[in-house]
Design a protein around this ligand. Structure first.
Ligand code: G3P
Ligand code: MG
Length: 258
């Protein structure tokens, strides 16, 4: 699915389908896609041997039965870990996917938002730096119009922004409470396809400014229906949520002609 084919408002499954499935796993991605969710978000980091691993945290500790930093672990070790039991025994043995496995499996069925974690962005650009590996994988799987690359780290986005048009992914600026830059400056300088702000910091004027810059606004992480209503009233284009299926069901009831 291409980004211009998405239904509105856009409902993005945060880390797949985090409310009901272990985050950033194939079970969660498949469950979201099978339920008709059109866009999922995932997080990527680099392993010690520079493999692009789908995981949110800097360490393996919370979401697997492994211990230690992702960047100190080999992909051959990470891929053996259990990324499901911590969430529920029903998901015992669920592996940690790599980015290519996700692209291969669901890349044609939905839009994927790949979030490059800031700690994986290196000060010096390298051909096998995470942003270049993500771009190469998008190219390899023919997913240029079907993937949005986001990051809290503008450097990753700026490096991708200068690629030739036929190899330049759609880019999104993430911003939250601790963001040390003016998101509007970065949105303009890249230029970005979308802005993914912490929803608690958003107001109608900011949405309007973003729209004037020609970017979509997809706030994270919104799980409360009152918040969703408030954000839609502000004019956001969609939301990133842990429970995309409940949100979509609620939207169909709340906004029958939306
Ligand atoms: O991409 C939106 C959201 O995922 C950003 O925060 O910490 O959940 O990756 P985090
Ligand atoms: Mg994320």
């Amino acid at each position: 699915m291409r980004i211009d084919e998405l239904s509105r408002p856009i409902v993005v499954g945060h880390r797949g389908f985090r409310a009901k499935y272990p985050e950033n796993t194939m079970s969660g991605f498949h469950a979201a896609v099978d339920a008709g969710i059109e866009m999922v978000e995932l997080d990527v980091s680099l392993s010690k041997d520079r493999h692009v691993v789908v995981m949110h945290d800097e360490t393996l500790d919370r979401t697997t039965n492994g211990r230690g930093a992702v960047r100190d672990s080999l992909w051959a070790e990470i891929r053996q870990l259990d990324a499901g039991s911590w969430f529920d025994g029903r998901f015992s043995g669920e592996p940690v996917p790599d980015l290519k496995a996700v692209f291969e499996s669901i890349g044609k069925q939905c839009v994927i938002n790949v979030e490059i974690k800031p700690d994986a962005v290196e000060p010096e650009e390298r051909p096998d730096g995470i942003e270049n590996q993500v771009a190469a994988a998008i190219d390899c799987y023919g997913l240029l119009g079907s993937v949005v690359v986001s990051s809290f780290h503008p450097l990753a986005l700026k490096r991708l922004a200068v690629r030739p048009a036929e190899k330049r992914p759609l880019l999104a600026v993430l911003s939250g409470k601790k963001t040390p830059f003016d998101p509007f400056e970065v949105l303009q300088s890249i230029p970005a396809f979308s802005w993914h702000p912490d929803h608690r910091l958003l107001d109608a004027a900011a949405v309007e400014t973003a729209h004037r810059l020609g970017v979509l606004v997809l706030p994270y992480t919104v799980n409360d229906m009152a918040d969703i209503r408030r954000l839609l009233d502000m004019g956001v284009d969609g939301i990133i949520t842990d429970d995309p299926v409940s949100v979509r069901t609620w939207l169909k009831t709340a906004i029958p002609f939306g």
